[in-house]
Design a protein around this ligand. Sequence first.
Ligand code: ADP
Ligand code: MG
Length: 260
Amino acid sequence: MTRIIAIANQKGGVGKTTTAVNLAAGLARSGRRVLLADLDPQGNATMGSGIDKRALRFTVYHVLLGLSAVQNVRMRADGGTYDVLPANRDLAGAEVEMVDLENRETRLKSALAPVAAEYDLILLDCPPALNLLTVNGLVAAESVIIPMQCEYYALEGLTDLINTIKKVRAHLNPRIQIDGLLRTMFDPRNTLAQQVSADLQQHFGDKVYETIIPRNIRLAEAPSYGKPSIEFDPACKGSQAYLALAEELLCREAATHAAA
Ligand code: ADP
Ligand code: MG
């Protein structure tokens, strides 16, 4: 069965795209068939997968507006381990253009349906806003990964995101679950980060992934080479952490199926 996971947090710069790209490559490394959909007009997941966002004729924008099908828009990531549904700034217009369309919240879900069986996992890299694009992601997905930095204001934004997920669950997608909170850019020497991390575990228990992504410069360098860090430098601490996260995700899934 295909699992669709949204990677969301309305805060920018918390590690959504880094997580999306490295998880896509990490899951592909474990033999899974993966599609990464870029839902951010900044197109960072597209570029970070080695696809030039400026040279695209069709993007997820055309898919959302019903002008093209996923089959005609998806591309293989450079290096060839997973597929990408690319985005660029065209997508910035989608928000406004979709408002008057029918089923504006379910357009991504419908568009993915014909290709879903070709993948084990579909990852959705959401933009840094609780907008219609993110809502399309939350409606299409059955679970959400929330990357967050362990800093003072992190929890404040979390409440808004959780409320949005609750609304989506009540009105549009009863299946949606928070798969987990992911601690990113973690610096163990920072006592505030340790405190916030402990608070998260206390409040959210096993909804917090055991895997912690450390602050690691290689993760920040990899996109300029158009590669996920785990392909660019598999041995670095950041890559190792994302490989561990991919394992944790697959283990949790296996445990859920065994229980069902
Ligand atoms: P978002 O998609 O949430 O806006 P990004 O994944 O683009 O966040 O990350 C924001 C910036 O931080 C990028 O420049 C990225 O390369 C860098 N970055 C992300 N995760 C890490 C990390 N664990 N260590 C160091 N730099 C990171
Ligand atoms: Mg991003």
